[in-house]
Ligand binder design. Structure first.
Ligand code: COA
Length: 238
């Protein structure tokens, strides 16, 4: 059973054995497989200047093994869009406490494209939306390759371009701002068959967050049921 854990400076100690494999996995995936050679480091770990104490990680763990991950960096701190790719954002620079920048989403090769159970990539996209809604975020900024856009479209992530795509190292890349809202989270849960929040917040009881509802009981309607348009079928005011 795959679990998605929130890991931050407040509980990093509990996950200390995962960090070395995590950075080595990133090196394997981004440097060796994807050939993003600018990230190469002789120690075989892919760590950059944005892996600070303020970064929050989602670790997808199955049977004690790290099988996927994602990084969220507060946009009030230096981030990829502000420091490396500022020219991709032709709008106002994003530097807001309610927006985090997402990066380094990956699934280990042997767990990609699964069809039995929720796909790990979808689980991560659902989990980060849950994280954002729980902690009061309104959006996620992302520098991404354009092939993500149809994937986001399919799963209901609303991505707003911040500029035009540009070719960088042979990749078509653009900057987007994705809405973070409860409706998107609920819809994602429905798509992957989740009936309740999925995140594990081990050691984070002190973090200020909103508890999200259990989805197995239908939410009460927020507006009166539509009246029938058929005469005689009832629904008319008396
Ligand atoms: N270029 C273009 N399209 C890609 C792609 C790439 N580098 N990687 C994935 N895709 C798209 C393709 O449409 C692919 O469809 P295909 O089967 O027709 O090729 C589809 O995603 C499915 O990808 P797949 O890798 O089979 O499975 P997944 O959906 O479970 O996992 C990722 C998707 C991105 C999480 C996984 O491919 C991964 O971990 N990749 C390495 C890390 C990475 O590049 N992350 C993104 C940048 S941070």
């Amino acid at each position: 059973m795959s679990e998605v854990h929130v890991v931050s400076k407040h509980n990093r100690q509990l996950y200390k054995n995962y960090f070395d494999p995590y950075f080595r996995l990133r090196h394997e995936i981004y440097v060796k497989q994807r050939k993003w050679m600018a990230l190469d480091r002789p120690d075989g770990r892919e760590i950059d200047q944005f892996d600070t104490d303020e970064a929050v990680y989602l670790f997808c763990i199955d049977g004690g093994r790290l099988i996927g991950g994602m990084r969220a960096v507060p946009t009030v701190m230096p981030n990829l869009m502000s420091e490396i790719f500022p020219y991709l954002n032709i709008r106002e620079p994003i530097q807001r406490p309610d927006v985090y920048e997402l990066s380094r989403i990956f699934v280990i090769p042997e767990r990609r494209g699964e069809h039995a159970g929720p796909r790990i990539d979808m689980l991560l996209l659902t989990a980060i939306m849950e994280y954002g809604v729980s902690t009061g975020l309104s959006g996620f900024s992302i520098v991404l390759e354009t092939w993500w856009l149809p994937r986001f479209e399919r799963c209901g992530w609303k991505a707003h371009p911040l500029g035009l795509p540009q070719m960088i190292d042979g990749m078509s890349v653009l900057a987007v701002l994705v809405d973070c809202d409860e409706a998107t989270w609920t819809s994602l849960c429905g798509q992957i068959g989740l009936r309740k929040p999925t995140l594990t917040w081990r050691g984070l009881a002190g973090v200020n967050r909103r508890a999200l509802p259990d989805l197995s009981t239908p939410a009460p309607p927020t507006f009166p049921p539509a009246q029938s348009a058929l005469p005689g079928a009832g629904g008319y005011a008396t």
